[in-house]
Design a protein around this ligand. Sequence first.
Ligand code: C2E
Ligand code: CA
Ligand code: CA
Length: 279
Amino acid sequence: MFKVKERGRNSYQFYTEDLTHRAMQRMLLENGIRKALTDQHFVAWYQPQYDIETNQLIGMEALARWISPDRGIISPLDFIPLAEETGLILELGEQILDQVMQQVVGWHEQGLNPGRVAINVSGKQLLNGNISATVKRLLEQNRCKVEWIEIEVTEGFVMGQGEGAIEQLQELQALGVQLSIDDFGTGYSSLAYLKQLPISKLKIDKSFVDDLPHDLDDTGITRAVIALANSLGLDVIAEGVESREQADFLLQEGCPLAQGYLYSKPLPADKITTLLKNG
Ligand code: C2E
Ligand code: CA
Ligand code: CA
């Protein structure tokens, strides 16, 4: 029945062993996530972001990792989707927000400057989570300054939600939280709608950056996103930058900021501390 519903209903599916197996896997994963939440096994790693021209660190993106005693380091791609489906993302998202704020405050207390740290927030957190109240409470609790963080929401979510999303984002903006649109270019943005959103940054998706500067479609899309950001007065950053050539192209086209393996992979907090200490 679930399989049929997943595929758009009004149909049938035969029972197979594989279905039982997959249902089992899901259940195990869901239970695993619950246990990991209790045991605090979700940990934020950090990927530095740089000014391409000056090579200055300007901030970082916090990316969740599941540090499992049995399975090692588990990628967010393997647990975020199910966490979203089951609603566990609300608890997970809150743990990450709390943890990142504590870390950022800790760095500042040590006299280190991590720049602005971006935290990914899923659509479910925005719709069902009363995100602005949560962010406000955690900022106060941790004595974290609002300008030390930034929140990333995906274009796909924002565009799918209409007015509902604008309200949530406006509440965050009212707190002073900077918002950036992740995976920009992969959804179907209405320009009129984009103009109404209280956002300050567009993130050019890795899928467009991958084939820069050779692929004609990707160079075209990248130029268009940069032009759009500039004309709307928004900052723009590219993700997934792996080569010098890509960085040079982006800078030349007017995108001054980048994040990607060219500079650094996401790193655990203690490695970032070392990096910040060594300048
Ligand atoms: P995202 O927000 O688009 O994050 C960018 C992903 O690209 C990260 O994968 C990062 O490690 C990877 N990446 C960055 N630069 C490069 C590069 O130069 N080359 C390559 N090959 N990859 C690069 P990661 O950490 O596996 O995260 C995957 C996705 O999981 C994220 O995509 C985000 O959608 C989600 N995610 C991660 N942490 C959280 C979280 O705390 N909350 C929520 N809601 N989602 C999260
Ligand atoms: Ca992101
Ligand atoms: Ca992205």
